[in-house]
Design a protein around this ligand. Structure first.
Ligand code: FE2
Length: 468
């Protein structure tokens, strides 16, 4: 391999890190990897709480070149807070893709951001990696059938070692993820199955797969017919009967991209198409409705009358990724879908808007959940997401916990006696990170325990609780 990186005339310029919102402050990448036992705790960690919270998020290994678009770009970093016997410890590791490993050998970024189309030549990265783009297993971390996986979008995940958090290899789950996977597969707590979809720029544009509780592929990638163009779908919902996919009209426009235009095109005139895909493999029911955008679903379930309830955060459009931009007012929304008639009703189920990252007790996936937690702003509105909102779906009551710091996705933590909510927050002033543990029944009462994390955890994306 010849050292031509510095002289490659096509190598993009460094990103202006210092002035980049998502590379500074609470978003600044963390380059340290540490293992620290016995963290300082304010309050008391409940004695019935045993397990680990793991969280992934964009965290570029080196200062990026070309472009950096949050949350699309970055390398993955897994943060782990382990709790046992009233004590907590912390570890963190990069997800070491071949790109990260080669960049570590060189001590600088080689691959650029996803939006600028640069791929390093063979003279820099060797024949095997020539023409590749950066792999991005930085969105979620999921455990299923003994596999702990750092999840990318539209790509295979990376298998992680559960003890050391070492990166092992790319994983395709017995072929179920052969063509890639959403970063948000759903695990049915009753059957133990993991159900997933994948979108692709080439036909078939959409497939779905099932991994059995034993880790074997129960359904290899199966085409979902009915799309005339490739579309972007970030998340999915699952009921006991159906895989639910919302096809919001964010279309990949390869022609535009090749002539210098935007790769993603928002085409509201197409409306939203909802696919109810029977898990038994029978015919897909397509339902058409008004245009809107969804990043994340909370949960879904079948009703006794055959209708399907889907709770999610509804946006007017995918702000940030494409035009239009402006006030989006994402709102917690309940859709009721009638597979027989094709009727759709959509109701806002919390007055609070500007929320995201909806989570429920994962043991209730595919069942009526009752409670949803989200991240949002308080009435004070400091300009960043500094509150956890807890929505009682049945009463419509909202409760809030506002620690006054930038706070991340909540996680539901089942204990032996009680249940809890947890979340990582980072103070934008002193940049210290903490893990908050709240009583699941009284989250607005404030933390039972606040665990000081030894290093700053950048504001990130999705996590999971592993019981031990
Ligand atoms: Fe996500």
């Amino acid at each position: 391999m010849t050292d031509t990186l510095a002289t490659d005339p096509h190598r993009p310029a460094p990103v202006d890190v210092v002035h980049h919102t998502h590379l500074t402050g609470v978003f600044a990448p963390q380059r340290e990897e540490v293992d620290v036992a016995e963290l300082r705790v304010v309050g008391e960690i409940p004695g019935d709480l045993h397990g680990s919270y793991l969280r992934n998020g964009p965290n570029p290994r080196f200062d990026p070149i070309g472009s950096f678009v949050f949350p699309l770009d970055g390398d993955g970093m897994i943060h782990r807070i382990s709790i046992a016997d009233g004590k907590a410890s912390y570890s963190n590791r990069f997800v070491r893709t071949p790109m990260v490993e080669l960049e570590e050998q060189r001590g600088e970024a080689i691959w650029s951001g996803v939006m600028d189309g640069y791929t390093p030549p063979a003279s820099v990265v060797g024949d095997a990696l020539a023409g590749t783009t950066r792999q991005l297993p930085d969105i979620n971390i999921v455990e299923h059938a003994g596999r702990l996986m750092a999840m990318a979008e539209g790509d295979k995940p990376y298998l992680m070692d559960r003890t050391q958090l070492a990166t092992l290899a790319q994983e395709d789950c017995d072929g179920a993820m052969r063509v890639g996977s959403t970063a948000h597969p759903k695990i049915d707590p009753h059957t133990g199955e993991m159900v997933l979809f994948n979108y692709s720029l080439e036909a078939p544009y959409l497939t779905w797969s099932v991994v059995g509780a034993d880790g074997s592929a129960l359904r290899s990638p199966t085409p979902i017919d009915g799309l005339d163009k490739p579309i972007m779908i970030h998340d999915m919902a699952l009921t006991q009967k159906y895989v639910v996919l919302f096809v919001n009209p964010l279309v990949f426009d390869l022609e535009a991209a090749m002539t210098g235009g935007s790769l993603l095109s928002w085409e509201p005139e197409r409306g939203t198409r909802i696919a109810l895909i029977p898990r038994d493999g029978s015919a897909i029911r397509w339902i058409d409705t008004e245009v809107f955008w969804v990043w994340h679903f909370a949960n879904a379930f079948d009703n006794p009358d055959g209708t399907v309830t889907v709770d999610y955060v509804e946006h007017l459009f995918p702000g940030g990724l494409t035009k239009p931009t402006g006030v989006n007012n994402p709102a917690l929304t309940r859709a009721r879908l009638n597979p027989s008639t094709g009727a759709v009703s959509r109701t806002q189920i919390s007055e609070r808007t500007g929320i995201e990252f909806p989570r429920v007790d994962d043991r209730l996936l595919t069942l009526d959940h009752g409670r949803i937690a989200t991240v949002g702003k308080s009435d004070a509105d400091d300009g960043f997401l500094e509150s956890l909102w807890f929505h009682d779906v049945n009463s419509g009551r909202d409760e809030v916990f506002s620690p006054g710091v930038a706070i991340g996705e909540p996680i539901y933590i089942p204990g032996d006696g009680h249940d809890y909510w947890g979340a990582i927050g980072t103070d934008p002033e002193d940049l210290k990170s903490r893990f908050y543990i709240l009583d699941a029944d009284n989250p607005a009462d404030g933390p039972l325990a606040t665990i000081d994390l030894p290093i700053r955890v950048p504001a990130g994306l999705h996590g999971t609780w592993l019981a031990e």
